[in-house]
Ligand binder design. Structure first.
Ligand code: NIG
Ligand code: FE
Length: 390
């Protein structure tokens, strides 16, 4: 492994207020040195004795984006469903069935190459960590092989067998819950357990039983909460100490207060708000309450078919009421907290050298220039990469 110095960085976002100004810990004209995949110095000038130099004049260096919520193990396309929403049709969980059918029919190598394509897109827009869920298999075999594909790409794998009740169990939903608890969870070896607790998905009792079964097998809980309706999901999230409650579009004032005084991150999904039912200013309500907030792509073929965290930052600012600084923090250190990771999400000595270099003089351009890919290069563990690998 070799050392690199990033020199003359016009704007460095450290997310470390002990190193730089404001909540983002901004340093101007800085130098960052990484060695053996880890940040070893934040300084000025051009150091000697490093293996390579990257001149960052007029550029911005940030922690790589941490995308803590994605559903990229799938096959098929639901563009028609998106078009119907543009004609006024509401988003429901009903469309998931068509992706389940396509996913079951796909080979492992189809699923892997689709995931690779989406991860390469994500990398090209600055994502360096991606959580990946199963959830479009909904049989023992298809959930386990979805996770197997995901494991080749990330440490952050999530079992979401509890996405919706599959057609075969329509008249016996608790039979499917039993299958998840007694068969799928024990074999899954995922890091995380997730449940879509909502209308048309899993009820609070089923949700809690599945999360607790996951926990007893060493999986860590996270949850899809209040996307389509408000219910008990936030209470359950806090009761099981979930790392994150995600979506939260229909949250009540009490849900927001509960999250703000908990250890559970509120993860908002600007791509889903954009593509389905917009809850304007959703972010402001959580931020003003003092919650720890993350944003993530939710990349999936139904409610949010984007891999771009810069797009999510721009949407968070213009649609959800975030300041630019809050959105950038939510997409980096916020995502790291939602994954309970302390080695990523900030640029300070000892952290992983997961970095994104922007061809722009300020991080503000991420929201100011929507739809333009400003990423010059992405570094994982101190290495410039153009193809996603674990
Ligand atoms: O997070 N809410 C549940 N699951 C996905 C959407 C799934 C789909 O529509 O295919 C989500 O938005
Ligand atoms: Fe989701």
């Amino acid at each position: 492994m070799s050392s690199i110095a990033f020199t003359n960085i016009a704007t460095l976002v450290t997310n470390d207020s002990s190193v730089g100004d404001g909540a983002l810990g901004i340093v101007r004209n800085a130098t960052v040195v990484s060695d053996d995949g880890v940040i070893v110095g934040i300084t000025t000038g051009v150091p000697t004795g490093v293996d390579s130099l990257v001149d960052c004049t007029n550029k911005t260096l940030l922690p790589g984006f941490v995308d803590s919520h994605s559903h990229i193990i799938f096959a098929g396309d639901r563009s028609e469903e998106f078009a119907l929403r543009s004609q006024g049709q509401k988003y429901t969980s009903g469309g998931i069935a068509s992706t389940v059918a396509a996913t079951r029919a796909a080979t492992d190598s189809d699923l892997a190459s689709n995931a690779q394509r989406l991860l390469d897109e994500a990398l090209a827009s600055g994502t360096t960590t991606m959580e990946i869920k199963s959830g479009y298999g909904l049989t023992e075999k298809d959930e386990l092989r979805s996770l197997q594909v995901a494991k080749n790409f990330t440490e952050e794998t999530t079992l979401l067998a509890a996405h919706v009740i599959p057609e075969e169990f329509r008249h016996d939903p608790d039979g499917y819950v039993d299958l998840i608890i007694n068969s799928i969870i024990p074999q899954s070896q995922a890091k995380w357990i997730d449940v879509f607790c909502d209308e048309g998905a899993f009820n609070p009792d089923q949700t809690e039983a599945i999360l607790r079964a996951g926990i007893s097998h060493g999986l860590l809980p996270r949850i899809h909460a209040n996307q389509l309706s408000s219910g008990k999901a936030v209470e359950i999230a806090i009761a099981v100490d979930a790392a994150s409650a995600d979506h939260l579009s229909k949250s009540t004032v009490r849900d927001i207060e509960l999250l703000a005084s908990s250890n559970t991150v509120a993860t908002l999904l600007p791509g889903a708000e954009f593509s389905t039912h917009l809850e304007a200013n959703l972010g402001r309500r959580f931020l003003d309450a003092g919650a720890t907030v993350a944003i993530a792509s939710d990349c999936n073929p139904g409610s949010s078919y984007t891999t771009s965290m810069p797009f999510c930052i721009a949407a968070a600012v213009s649609l959800l009421g975030f300041t630019v600084e809050e959105a950038v923090a939510a997409a980096t250190i916020g995502g790291a907290k939602a994954l309970r990771r302390s080695d990523i999400g900030s640029i300070s000595v000892g952290k992983r050298a997961d970095l994104v270099l922007l061809d722009a003089p300020s991080y503000i351009h991420l929201a100011y220039r929507p739809g333009v890919n400003l990423v010059h290069s992405t570094y994982k563990s101190g290495r410039a990469v153009t193809t996603w690998q674990k």
